[in-house]
Design a protein around this ligand. Sequence first.
Ligand code: NAD
Ligand code: ISE
Length: 338
Amino acid sequence: MTVRVGVIGVGWIGQEHIRRLTEVVTGAEVTAVTDIDAARAEEAASRVGARAVANGAELIAADDVDAVLVTSWGPTHAEHVLNAVAAGKPVFCEKPLATTAEDCLRIVEAEMAHGRRLVQVGFMRRYDAGYRKMKQVIDSGRIGEPLIVHCAHRNPTVPESYTSSMAALDTAVHEVDVLRWLLDDEIVSTQVVTPRATSKRFAHLKDPQIMLFETAKGVRIDLEVFVNCQYGYDIQCEAVGEEGLVRLPDPASVGLRSAGRHSTEVPTDWVGRFADAFDTEFREWIAGVAAGSEPTGPSAWDGYAATVITSATVEALESGRVVATDLKPRPALYGGAA
Ligand code: NAD
Ligand code: ISE
């Protein structure tokens, strides 16, 4: 079966995922596209032989759309995801699932009323080969019980429109998801401390920030978010356990000996660093939709948890306090007891 996908929002990542669905993944076809910028939608549609439609509601209702991909701006995600769930269609939503905890919960409740999972959230790091190996090691017990995790998320630069709260909402959100998954644990509190700011930032931005999370099992996580580090896109993660340590490998890259130096490249952006993870994420999502099975990737509940935890982190930044994350009990549909 070829899965016919409709895409809502064809800006940067929407177009990148259309390319992925048409050139990389087998068993998928993009049939319909929409964007509030109609000319952009027409252009993106014509490139892949799809049709441009007026809006998200029309796209979701279309007979030639089996599954929906939401890659519009974050504040618009909830409306499109809720419409897709109401139509009973599988929906892949780029992060964040929604920008408020209330909207995330509305999606969770709608999916529970539907009775099975339809929603997957675009936390692609769970599909990165390095993180998957780390999870195998932690699950195998070879480092014993995890105690501490040290992480860094560094971007070379960000535009002036990037604000201090985006360090949590837009950037650290990836660690929040991948760490909950890696540790099979929940983040219960969050705190932010800010070192001396880099001179290489726009004046309004607090950069770098150090986020400190505590999990339900008592693991302590420190995460450096530094979005003007200049030198490259650098993702680090090291879990320290009772009997050993496991570290995220650097992306495969040749060692270069030249001009009296031995060096390896640092990626320049997340697009290249996680290209394989994005490909795997979409291969697995499409295969699941084609098989008619429930998605196995990050769920609406994971999207809810990420929004609650990153919103609490913004509160922690603004207040200087340790903030409890205050998640609702996890429902049975998402592996919980409630
Ligand atoms: P973008 O601004 O380049 O594109 C968004 C597009 O959505 C624009 O073309 C805009 O006109 C359109 N749009 C907005 N509201 C719409 C609506 N209601 N209906 C139809 N179209 C609408 O942004 P982007 O960088 O492509 O980011 C899009 C989403 O992807 C964001 O939620 C962002 O957080 C996420 N993202 C995820 C990753 C990742 O690493 N997984 C990376 C970048 C962006
Ligand atoms: C961006 O939105 C992403 O999702 C990238 O993965 C992240 O590294 C970057 O900091 C965000 O702005």
